[in-house]
Design a protein around this ligand. Structure first.
Ligand code: ADE
Length: 367
């Protein structure tokens, strides 16, 4: 006996191919029953509060589940509610986000928390359109919060879900185009089950994360949607989903310096706009200057240096640029100065209080 709507249809002698809509309707039951047995236990799934769902969904954008877990737990311990987030000092917020990347996500969280305090008495609104108006919340995140935390039957189409649906329907268009996402979002209302909206959306996310994999061969044998999947039927998993190639990343060379003086190290604040805006960094200069030139650019007099040695090269990949870094260790004599933008801070305080982006990790871990 089978529960699949599709099989039932075939048993009834229906030979017409299913419409997209019928295919989606047919997936609801097998998807939900698979999810009940296969959902990973994740910290934000234990008791999904609107705040916890919001924080986890923002962290999970561009970041893997395993990497997010410890950040999520620490964040929720330290800032357990909207009120705490709205009032957190910027530097502390950056420290809690240190290493997660895309720091504007954290700044938007705080801005949105302030709006929620002012306009909604500290409670996230249980309304898709109102959620969508908050800083940093797009249609995916609004859909995830509305469905998972409030049970509202609205779609939550992220990259995972887009891949699953594109494969299910053998959708050939470029899924990087915003229209791919909006087309899928339009197909889902009416399909999402009332009363199970959160499980439905998370189940699609889960299939995308652990079955319908992006990199290698999808695990169709364990997929609850395999009997409905047009891409599987046609053997097209290498072609679908289609993603147009990205533009090549620009390569920037820089020389990063770990400058120590006594028990202090030098840090400086990055510009207010652009890549890693307003975060702290290790002093660095463009290119590969010779030692003398490097010191000159950092406003360090050679007579004030007691030790100088190269450090290993390192690379960091951002979405649009790659940093190819050379490193220098520079020990200054007591009382020596560096450029006025350099701030000498006790090494222990840098470790505990300053957010240094992961891009500098190869050097900052020596602090
Ligand atoms: N990726 C995005 N949202 C997620 C969620 N709620 N659970 C697991 N992975 C996710």
């Amino acid at each position: 006996m089978t529960e699949h709507f599709y099989d039932q249809l075939q048993q009834l002698g229906g030979t017409e191919p299913l419409t997209d809509r019928q295919r989606l309707e047919a997936l609801v039951k097998p998807l939900l029953s698979w999810y009940r047995g296969n959902a990973r236990p994740l910290p934000w799934r234990e008791e999904p509060s609107p705040y916890g769902v919001w924080i986890s969904e923002i962290m999970l954008q561009q970041t893997r589940v395993e990497a997010v877990k410890p950040y999520y737990e620490r964040f929720m311990r330290e800032l357990p509610g909207v009120k705490d987030l709205a009032a957190v000092p910027e530097e502390r917020l950056m420290k809690l986000w240190e290493g997660l990347g895309y720091y504007s996500r954290a700044r938007n969280l705080k801005k949105a928390a302030q709006v929620v305090m002012e306009q909604y008495g500290g409670k996230l609104p249980g309304d898709f359109s109102l959620l969508l108006k908050l800083p940093g919340i797009g249609s995916y995140t609004a859909g995830a919060i509305a469905s998972i935390a409030f049970g509202i039957p609205v779609p939550a189409v992220d990259g995972n879900v887009l891949r699953v649906l594109a494969r299910l329907l053998a959708y050939r268009e470029d899924i990087r185009k915003p229209s791919a996402k909006t087309e899928m979002e339009k197909l889902l209302p009416g399909v999402i089950p009332e009363g199970d909206a959160g499980a439905f959306n998370q189940a699609l996310i889960e299939v995308g994360a652990i079955v319908c994999l992006p990199g290698g061969e999808p695990r169709c044998a364990g997929c609850p949607l395999s009997s409905l999947c047009l891409t599987r039927e046609r053997g097209l998993w290498r072609e679908i989903p289609f993603r147009s190639p990205l533009k090549k990343r620009k390569i920037q060379e820089l020389t990063v310096c770990l400058i120590l003086r006594g028990d202090e190290a030098a840090v400086r604040r990055r510009p207010e706009t652009g890549l890693l805006a307003a975060l702290y960094e290790l002093p660095n200069v463009p290119g590969r200057p010779k030692e003398e030139e490097l010191l000159a650019q950092l406003n360090i007099l050679p007579g004030q240096v007691s030790e100088m040695a190269p450090l290993p090269e390192s690379r960091h990949i951002f979405s649009h640029v790659e940093w190819h870094m050379a490193g220098y260790f520079i020990r200054l004599k007591d009382g020596a100065e560096a450029g006025k933008d350099c701030l000498f801070v006790e090494r222990r305080r840098i470790r505990d209080e300053y957010a240094l982006p992961a891009a500098f990790g190869a050097y900052s871990r020596l602090i």
